[in-house]
Design a protein around this ligand. Structure first.
Ligand SMILES: [Mg+2]
Length: 392
């Protein structure tokens, strides 16, 4: 069995260009689908996949780990940069899809079988509609509450809000009080039965992250995400020590070693590895084993396209430490047109039932993808009031 070629298909979905990766074998109808979406880096990832293809054409797709090692180690540079790690991930997902299809089983059965019956999903405020999630200003606490109620009406028992504004490295009480008012309004609107998460988007300095974490601690957040830059692992650990709220991070880490460093200092309670950025399922399984040794929960980062979601769900059915999966369902109205998934979501509870189809269980409609060709993503900027550049 040989890999004949690796194709990429780009599907413009407003905030992101979804990159579908198709690994074609020399066996009749045996192809694997992966995803390598990386917003604002689409052309770089496509070129990186083309570079990696030279290592893989003619190779046996059944040797997934061997091929992963080739992609990671060869060409001198390790595959740790975000563009290369995303390209590796897209191909790795497709190879696992092939493995499942070849053996006629869903991927989670390749990894020891199902460890749970259902997976819980959480949404963004607005369901993935870019303006609602990223554009709702923290001065509009009532709007946060309205959007929170809409998420609950749509069946979600957990949702995430960007209720922390961009701040300079040191600011006073104003942004902290604004964040507190938003979280208080959401908590009052949905009650204690619903889980609320707040994503700081790694905007705050460690000092500001500490202030936000302490101010929001009384509201019983399910987790507080990226309260400061992910490189500041000692500061993440300090914030984690200072509050009872679980601290989540990991979406920007691209391979095993930085997760090792993060876990070693006690930098998080929740590991948000991204299967399409961390080198794929092969590397994610190593990261998950390490997280398990530290009793750290898994809640993958997944605001991307449908194959990323299918992979996160297959992974979740095989991982004991998996607690919840991020999902967007209303980013573009035609999301369901481009694929048909094997897993089933209960609309009233947003619980996911396992995929019975082989591989990742996704059927891709290439003609539908072609209706949405590449366009540059909408730019998102943060400029501080003094004109300096902030973290978006
Ligand atoms: Mg995030």
């Amino acid at each position: 069995m040989k890999i004949e070629r690796i194709d990429t298909l780009v599907c413009h979905a407003r905030m992101r260009n979804w990159i579908f990766v198709k690994v074609v074998t020399d066996q009749p109808d045996l192809v694997g689908w992966g995803e390598a979406t990386l917003e604002w880096h689409t052309r770089g990832v496509l070129a990186s996949i083309e570079d990696l293809s030279e290592l893989l054409i003619g190779e046996d797709p059944r040797r997934i780990e061997h091929l992963w090692q080739k992609m990671w180690r060869q060409h001198f540079w390790h595959g740790s940069g975000i563009v290369r790690s995303t390209a590796i991930a897209g191909i790795d997902l497709a190879l696992w899809d092939i493995a499942g299809k070849r053996l006629g089983v869903p991927c989670h059965q390749l990894w020891g079988g199902r460890v749970r019956d259902t997976i819980r999903l959480y949404c963004h405020l607005g369901g993935g509609e870019m303006e609602a999630f990223y554009g709702t200003d923290v001065t509009q606490a009532n709007r946060f509450a309205e959007l929170a109620c809409r998420a609950v009406d749509e069946g979600f028992t957990a949702f995430k809000a960007m209720a922390v504004p961009p701040t300079l490295p040191v600011e006073g009480l104003r942004p902290v009080r604004a964040a507190e008012r938003c979280v208080e309004a959401m908590r009052r609107a949905v009650g204690d039965e619903i889980d609320i998460m707040v994503d700081c988007h790694a905007r705050p300095s460690p000092a500001m992250g500490m202030k936000f974490a302490r101010a929001l601690d009384p509201y019983g957040l399910f987790f507080l995400e990226e309260p400061c830059w992910p490189e500041q692992v000692a500061d993440l650990a300090g914030i984690r020590q200072a509050v009872s709220t679980p601290i989540a991070t990991g979406e920007r880490l691209t391979h095993l070693a930085p997760f090792r460093d993060l876990f070693a200092v006690g930098g998080c309670d929740v590991c948000q590895l991204d299967l399409t950025h961390c080198g794929g399922i092969s590397e994610a399984r190593r990261i998950a084993a390490l997280a398990d040794a530290h009793r750290i929960a898994l809640a993958p980062h997944n605001p991307q396209g449908p194959i990323s979601t299918a992979a996160a769900i297959e992974f979740g059915f095989s991982q004991p430490g998996f607690v919840i999966c991020e999902t967007v369902h209303a980013d573009v109205p035609w999301r369901a047109d481009v694929v048909s998934e094997g897993y089933r979501v209960e609309p009233t509870t947003r619980l996911v039932h396992p995929n019975p189809r082989p591989g990742l269980g996704v059927e891709v409609r290439e003609d539908e993808i072609r209706k949405h060709p590449f366009q540059p993503e909408v730019h998102q900027f943060v400029d501080y009031p003094d004109g300096s550049v902030g973290d978006w």
